[in-house]
Write a protein that binds this ligand. Structure first.
Ligand code: HEM
Length: 427
């Protein structure tokens, strides 16, 4: 057995901008030492990071790795609306284990049928086309625009608005509050983040009431309706509304932004997608999910007992464990030339046969509930973006783009582009 001490590496600093931009060399180094390793973090704590593909799948399917956050007993009752909103959010199914999770998941899956999700296609087309038209205007007027601000961020929020059945007039608010609660507290004026949490809490509480009085044909109405027949209770419904918003927005935003960046920096692949049509765009989406995993790591797990992962790796009980999806989907044992962006590997008849399934949507009981929706959204929106804005170019050095720090989500924060005729700035 490999001793714990041999596995201790240099402290990992998730706040380091260079690491946030490109964590892959670090993960490759870590994987080379073993598929799961105990790592010292810059904040003085330790965690086990799982970077091997096979071991990542094993951990995600193993009930000895719990999703329930450590006990909150003894904590004072939340006093402000913002704290109540956060507490409520913590009650969602991603933070639960079987049998609670099984019940929540069963009740929710019923609302996410393929038919229901596919029915959103015309609305997604409409919303994406509207944003592309706004971007085209901005490019014509100013000569430049930001694809994150004008496309990758607003589209997922608008689509979740469809899922939740939020009236169109309210979506600007939803977009603003989501933006605020997703920002670091010190990035905005004092109280702005707290206020946004409180507003979201009040808004969702009222939304549930409204759906109860007058259900629509949206997916969330069916959850509220099922709730009256013995399904989710009020707190669970509220947590579900938050979960859908948060699980579905930043992840999909990163997928759209990373795919756009990959295509802008791989013009041959963009041309191939344009020629290849639907099947090829779907391959671009799959390859982006593998190559630039929108969730860098899963949510944290905790071992309920000692777990022997085989090959001499033993994780003790009560250890914090992070499955690094980004690393697992670039495991060279399963993905040849893992660091290359090659959508062709997902096309039927690709050399070497069908690739292993990437892990961007996780694996096991918590496998992403919105995977079909996310894939649909990207496969609809990306061709509309590149058809609607032909000839746009990246207006920044791709190796200097800012990324949000942390181990959970990963994608560019800004994606400045210029209109076809304009020149990229020299600096
Ligand atoms: C590119 C976009 C997306 C990615 C990469 C993604 C990825 C993931 C991953 C990796 C998990 C499992 C996390 C874990 O095991 O700790 C997850 C769970 C989940 N996702 Fe997504 N997601 C995306 C979009 C969405 C969307 C659009 C929705 C819904 C509107 C959604 C709803 C959920 C829910 C409800 C769960 C919890 C499932 C459970 O606990 O059983 N996701 N997602």
């Amino acid at each position: 057995m490999i001793g714990e001490d041999e596995r201790v590496l240099a402290p990992l600093n998730p706040a380091d901008p260079a690491f946030a931009r490109d964590p892959y060399p670090y993960y490759a180094q870590l994987r080379a030492q073993g598929p799961a390793a105990r790592v010292a973090l810059a904040n003085g704590t330790h965690a086990w990071l799982v970077t091997g593909y096979e071991q990542a799948r094993a951990v995600l399917a193993d009930p000895r790795f719990s999703n329930v956050p450590p006990q909150r007993a003894g904590r004072p009752r939340p006093e402000s609306a913002a704290q109540r909103a956060r507490e409520c959010l913590a009650r969602h199914m991603l933070n639960s284990d079987a049998p609670d999770h099984t019940r929540l998941r069963r009740l929710t899956t019923a609302a996410f049928t393929p038919r229901r999700v596919n029915a959103l296609r015309p609305r997604i087309e409409h919303l994406a086309a509207g944003l592309v038209a706004e971007l085209a205007e901005q490019l014509a007027r100013d000569g430049s625009a930001d694809l994150v601000d004008g496309f990758a961020f607003p589209l997922p929020v608008l689509v979740i608005g469809e899922v939740l059945g939020v009236p169109e007039a309210d979506r600007k608010d939803l977009r603003e509050w989501t933006y605020r609660v997703g920002s670091p507290a010190d990035a905005l004026e004092q109280g702005a983040v707290e206020e946004a949490w409180a507003r979201l809490h009040a808004y969702f509480t009222e939304l549930i009431e409204q759906k109860r009085r007058a259900p629509g044909d949206d997916l969330f109405s069916s959850l509220v309706h099922d709730a009256s027949e013995g399904g989710l209770d009020d707190g669970e419904l509220l947590a579900m509304a938050f979960l859908l918003l948060f699980a579905g927005y930043e992840t999909t935003m990163n997928l759209l932004a990373s795919a756009s960046l990959a295509l802008l920096t791989h013009p041959g692949e963009l041309a191939a997608a344009r020629r290849g049509g639907e099947e090829h765009w779907a391959a671009v989406v799959e390859e982006t999910l593998r190559h630039a995993s929108p969730l860098e790591g899963t949510t944290w797990r905790r071992t309920t007992q000692e777990v022997d992962l085989g090959g001499g790796t033993v994780i003790p009980a009560e250890a914090s464990v992070l499955v690094v999806l980004a690393a697992a989907s670039r495991d060279p044992e399963f993905f040849p030339a893992p660091d290359a962006f090659r959508p062709g590997r997902h096309l039927p008849g690709a050399e070497g046969g069908r690739p292993a399934p990437h892990l961007a949507f996780g694996h096991g009981p918590h496998f992403c509930l919105g995977a079909r929706l996310a894939r649909l959204e990207a496969a609809v929106a990306l061709p509309l973006l590149f058809e609607g804005l032909p000839g746009i170019g990246l207006a920044a050095d791709p190796d200097a783009l800012p990324y949000r720090p942390g181990l959970l989500v990963r994608g560019p924060r800004r994606l400045p582009v210029h209109a076809p005729a304009a020149q990229a700035p020299s600096a």
